[in-house]
Design a protein around this ligand. Structure first.
Ligand code: SF4
Length: 129
């Protein structure tokens, strides 16, 4: 589950973890925090690895806005090989779902869309490796 404000933009080296944990987006992603009203910025790599990729940053990350409804976004691939892949998303708060739906890979301008595309890209790469 990734932070709802995390815009994944590039793959990070996973060798910092040994063994690598099961990562919400499939692989470790670097990217941008879109939370601050002053504008997006690229958090430190340790923050990206421990909070942005893993979600549930409320009270742990100084940039996480207190009034935010969701704590994390989780993606899951439906069984069966379809192209494009069939993916569902769940937005969680306190480890309970507060919103869910089918992910539309045609979505363009949202953080959820960017995370969904990163999830699909990572799963494709991991399947082929
Ligand atoms: S964990 Fe913190 S720094 Fe990372 S995207 Fe969320 S609010 Fe921003």
């Amino acid at each position: 589950m990734s932070c709802p404000f995390f815009l994944p933009q590039h793959i990070l080296d996973s060798s910092a973890w040994n063994p690598a944990p099961r990562l919400p987006l499939g692989e470790a992603w670097g990217g941008t925090c879109c939370a601050p009203p002053a504008g997006p910025f690229d958090p430190r790599e340790d923050v990206v690895r421990e909070l942005c990729n893993m979600g549930y940053a409320r009270g742990r990350c100084e940039f996480f806005p207190a009034g935010t409804v969701g704590d994390a976004i989780r993606f899951s691939m439906r069984k069966g090989a379809t192209e494009p892949p069939s993916v569902v998303y769940v937005i969680e708060r306190d480890h309970s779902p507060i919103e869910h739906g089918d992910f539309d890979p045609g979505q363009t301008a949202s953080i959820l869309a960017a995370q969904g595309r990163a999830f699909i890209e990572s799963h494709k790469r991991l399947r082929e490796s």
